[in-house]
Design a protein around this ligand. Structure first.
Ligand code: GUN
Length: 298
């Protein structure tokens, strides 16, 4: 029995961040300023605070300007919308990211709609999702774009392949399906109401799991030779009952390795790609706003 390859997302992300760093130096030479990314964090969620801190650190490491705005969970929606409006008009800011989730009293859709689509480095604005769906240039959500980069690196041309995306979120599942379609895959989106998920997944040359349920996709569902991208990051209790926790994906990785050609691990697969692609999107947005041609090789 052959054992599949582990796709090293961490190494790929490091390489991408290095290429972004080179692109930033070229941008500074051409535009006379640094690209800038503004991150807005509302509330005290510890996981979000860690993400935001890492984003800030890596933004600066890539040679960009990082602006952080922390607001209490009690902020009024109008005050948050005012902040976004200010950032929309701030010329130093090329990218705006509002960390999700937001507190329940704030309408996430309204907040995303308030972001200038040209600065929407998360690719969540309907203008960007519409542009992606209609094959126009768009800012594309970071996690699915990172998944496509890993897939193309592993498989080359994806044309004609059967791709099954498990999960239909606006952040991952739907844009992932659009990106695979743009690569000429035959795409199925499966979800919690899908009948006989095992046999749907078994059709796939490419499986992307993005459901947020620990190890839901079983090894025997994977068609021999398929490539598996695991977007899930789930914290579960450790097996030995000592109160510790560990991270697992949406795929039963060890089992799947007995069938797959290649698989992304958790941690160290898709996760590190998200921030690297965010930096890439910020550099792309900066070029467009400065009237410069899009950077190459990113
Ligand atoms: N929360 C979890 N992932 C993301 C992301 O990619 N973007 C934003 N804005 N919030 C998130």
């Amino acid at each position: 029995m052959t054992i599949g390859k582990i796709i090293d997302g961490k190494a790929f992300a490091t390489g991408l961040r290095d290429r972004v760093g080179d692109g930033v130096a070229d941008f500074v030479a051409a535009a006379g300023r640094k690209p800038g990314l503004a991150v807005v964090l509302v509330g005290e969620d510890p996981a979000s605070a860690v993400y935001v801190r890492n984003k800030g650190r890596m933004t600066v490491a890539a040679g960009m300007e990082s602006f952080e705005f922390k607001r209490p969970a009690s902020i009024e929606e109008d005050d948050l919308l005012d902040l976004i409006e200010e950032l929309n008009h701030d010329d130093r800011v090329d990218g705006i990211l509002v960390q999700l989730p937001l507190p329940a009293h704030i309408d996430e859709t309204a907040v995303i709609a308030a972001i200038d689509p040209a600065k929407d480095v998360d690719g969540f604005h309907v203008v960007n999702s519409g542009r992606l769906a209609t094959g126009q240039d768009a800012l594309v959500p970071c996690t699915p774009l990172g998944c496509i980069m890993l897939l193309k690196d592993e498989l080359g041309d994806l044309s004609g392949m059967e791709a099954v995306v498990v999960g239909r979120s606006n952040i991952v599942g739907k844009p992932m399906a659009q990106l695979l379609l743009a690569e000429n895959c035959t795409v199925t989106i499966a979800h919690s109401r899908t009948r006989d998920l095992a046999s749907v997944v078994h059709r796939a040359d490419i499986v992307v799991a993005a459901v947020g349920r620990p190890e839901m996709v079983k090894g025997e569902w994977i068609r021999p030779g398929a490539t598996v991208i695991d977007v899930g990051i789930n914290r579960v209790a450790d097996d030995d009952d000592d109160g510790r926790t560990r991270l697992v994906g949406d795929v039963a990785t060890a089992e799947a390795l007995a069938h797959a050609r290649a698989i992304t691990p958790v941690p160290g697969g898709v996760g590190p790609m998200t921030i690297a692609v965010l930096l890439r999107n910020t550099l792309v947005a900066a070029h467009a706003r400065a009237g410069l041609a899009a950077p190459e090789g990113l």
